[in-house]
Structure formats: structure tokens, C-alpha cells
Design a protein. Structure first.
Length: 178
């Protein structure tokens, strides 16, 4: 009986089954009462931080910040495509300091992350980077340049392609989700 009630509550409030009710209660406390990440429109882990949430655009079934310690600075804009995942402690930084006057932010193109991408734990995406669909970023990678063609695994500092993915297999998977 208790499981049925929990399932009804989850459906009623749009709660994802992979998270406990306590995740949502903690989210409510931090976003609504303490006003931490208050501009974010979806549940977020209480240790994650999203600056300039109004300049963060996310696709379908993408929830950046639901992993612990995610840091997103969307000052120059960040777009994350459908079905993309961010691991714990991922950093997405769309703005840097001016090289001469570090009290000022430098302009940079926005960060664009494609559909079905995955950033491993501790990966860092720097300003102006564009990642194509099905780009997997290895844990601890520092992405300083774009990989717009996607369908690859990148890793290292600076990140480089370490494996190409089967594009037809990836596209068939994406078609099955639509």
C-alpha cells in the first residue's frame, strides 16, 4: 500500500523514480526556502550551483545539476541538448576573467552541448566550446576546444578524441527514443 501511495505522489508532482522523495524535499528547502538556485526551474542537488540560470537552456529529459557538486556559470549562455547527462562535480564555465583586469568578465561565445552527450565526473567545459551529438567527455577532462562533429569519446587535458562512436548505431538509438 505504501508503494502505491508513493507512486501516486511521484506521478502527481512529476517526480522521477530514480530519486528518493528526500531529494525533492531537500530541493524544496534549498531552492524555495533558502533561495539557493532559486531561478532554476527543476529539482537540483543542494550542493550544485547554477549562475545565470536564465541563460541556461536545457533539452528534453536533461537535468543539469541533479548530480552533486555540479557548477554551471551561464553568463555568456549555455545550451544542453536532449537526453544529456552531467556526472558529479562537472564544471561548465561560459565566462572567464579579462586577462588584464580580472575584476571584469571577458565576452565569449556561448557553450553548446548536443543531444545524448555525457560529461563524466569532474569534467570541465570552458567558454565557447561546442560539442556535437553523442559526445562523451571522460572523467576529469578539460575541454578547451570544440568537437562539433560529435559521435566520439574525448578525454584528457586538453581533451582530445580517444574513440569514435558508430554513428549509425547512435542515430538508431536516438530514433528509438523519439
Amino acid at each position: 500500500m505504501m508503494g502505491d501511495t508513493t507512486n501516486i505522489v511521484r506521478r502527481l508532482f512529476g517526480m522521477r523514480k530514480e530519486y528518493s522523495v528526500s531529494f525533492y524535499i531537500t530541493d524544496f528547502l534549498f531552492r524555495k526556502l533558502f533561495r539557493q538556485n532559486a531561478a532554476v526551474k527543476y529539482p537540483i542537488h543542494f550542493t550544485s550551483t547554477i549562475h545565470n540560470a536564465k541563460k541556461l537552456k536545457v533539452g528534453k529529459e536533461t537535468f543539469p545539476g541533479d548530480s552533486p557538486n555540479v557548477y554551471i556559470n551561464a553568463q555568456n549562455g549555455v545550451t544542453i541538448g536532449d537526453y544529456s547527462n552531467l556526472g558529479p562535480a562537472v564544471g561548465i564555465i561560459s565566462a572567464n576573467h579579462d586577462f588584464v583586469d580580472n575584476s571584469q568578465a571577458a565576452d565569449a561565445p556561448p557553450i553548446e552541448i548536443g543531444r545524448y552527450c555525457w560529461m563524466g565526473m569532474g569534467a570541465i567545459i570552458l567558454p565557447g566550446v561546442r560539442l556535437g551529438d553523442f559526445t562523451i567527455v571522460g572523467a576529469g577532462a578539460v575541454v578547451t576546444k570544440s568537437f562539433p562533429d560529435g559521435f566520439c569519446v574525448i578525454a584528457g587535458n586538453p581533451a582530445k578524441v580517444i574513440k569514435e562512436l558508430n554513428k549509425a548505431e547512435c542515430e538508431a538509438f536516438a530514433d528509438s527514443k523519439e
